[in-house]
Design a protein around this ligand. Structure first.
Ligand SMILES: O=C[C@H](O)COP(=O)(O)O
Length: 252
């Protein structure tokens, strides 16, 4: 089965609105066709409404970097998935290791977010990945499998077949240490096998799995050639328009 690649930037807490708008202006007419690849930028919630307006008519898709799991209520400072969906954007990233580590998000929170995002008609990009300690102890497969099982709890087969999962070894994020293509593919394969165990072959063949962690324009082609890798979630190399476009060059 051929899965459409999805290359997603994750800006994290970077840029001002004027910088974000300059980025959209620079990339919006230079992206490959969405028939070949989904080209996505994950931006701070503050910028999503103006970016959704200025990307109109282009191939640029947008992601929020997080949301809450309730649609409304007394949750000061949180962003509603319903309000994000109303902006007309496509994805919400959930369970990034920075959210898990610095904001103490649990697998249970992340699972509730996945359900809320699907209920609002958007697609979650569900992140998983192990620490250096877990990697060095040879426990990556069991750790990542457990994160996936907990994250998918109660989702339907139809939902999971539309899901995007990002495997990001924490030791490779922002460190310049990309996992080798083989390690990245092997663990993306573990993710796919976990989905197969839970939902069967058809769903596991449909789910798209990204690798993330120090992906650069020079390294993306080798990663994308691997069987189990369907895309990339990219931090640093997505911040400049030129570099983001270079990540997509192989799809032009
Ligand atoms: O979400 C993106 C990842 O955390 C990777 O960031 P990085 O490409 O700067 O290593």
């Amino acid at each position: 089965m051929s899965r459409k690649p999805i290359i997603a930037g994750n800006w994290k807490m970077n840029k001002t609105l004027s910088e974000a708008q300059a980025f959209v202006d620079a990339v919006k007419n230079n992206l490959p066709s969405s028939e070949k690849v989904d080209s996505v930028i994950g931006a701070p919630a503050l910028f999503l409404a103006p970016m959704a307006y200025s990307r109109q008519g282009s191939e640029l898709q947008l992601a929020a970097e997080n949301s809450y799991f309730e649609n409304a209520g007394a949750f000061t400072g949180e962003n509603s998935p319903a309000a994000i969906a109303d902006l007309g954007i496509e994805y919400i990233i959930i369970g990034h290791s920075e959210r898990r580590e610095y904001f103490h998000e649990t697998d249970e929170d992340i699972n509730k977010k996945a359900k809320a995002i699907f209920a609002n008609g958007l697609t979650p990009i569900l992140c998983c990945g192990e620490t250096l300690e877990t990697f060095e102890a040879g426990k990556t497969a069991e750790f990542v499998s457990a994160q996936i099982e907990a994250g998918l709890e109660g989702l339907t087969a139809e939902q999971v077949s539309k899901l995007v999962i990002a495997y990001e070894p924490i030791w490779a994020i922002g460190t310049g240490k990309t996992a080798t293509n083989e390690i990245a593919d092997e663990t993306c394969g573990v993710v796919r096998s976990t989905v197969e165990k839970l939902y069967g072959k058809e769903v596991s063949e449909a789910v798209r799995i990204q690798y993330g962690g120090s992906v650069k324009p020079e390294t993306i082609e080798g990663l994308m050639a691997k069987e189990n890798i369907d895309g990339a979630l990219v931090g640093g190399a997505s911040l400049e328009a030129e570099s983001f476009l270079a990540l997509l060059e192989i799809y032009k």
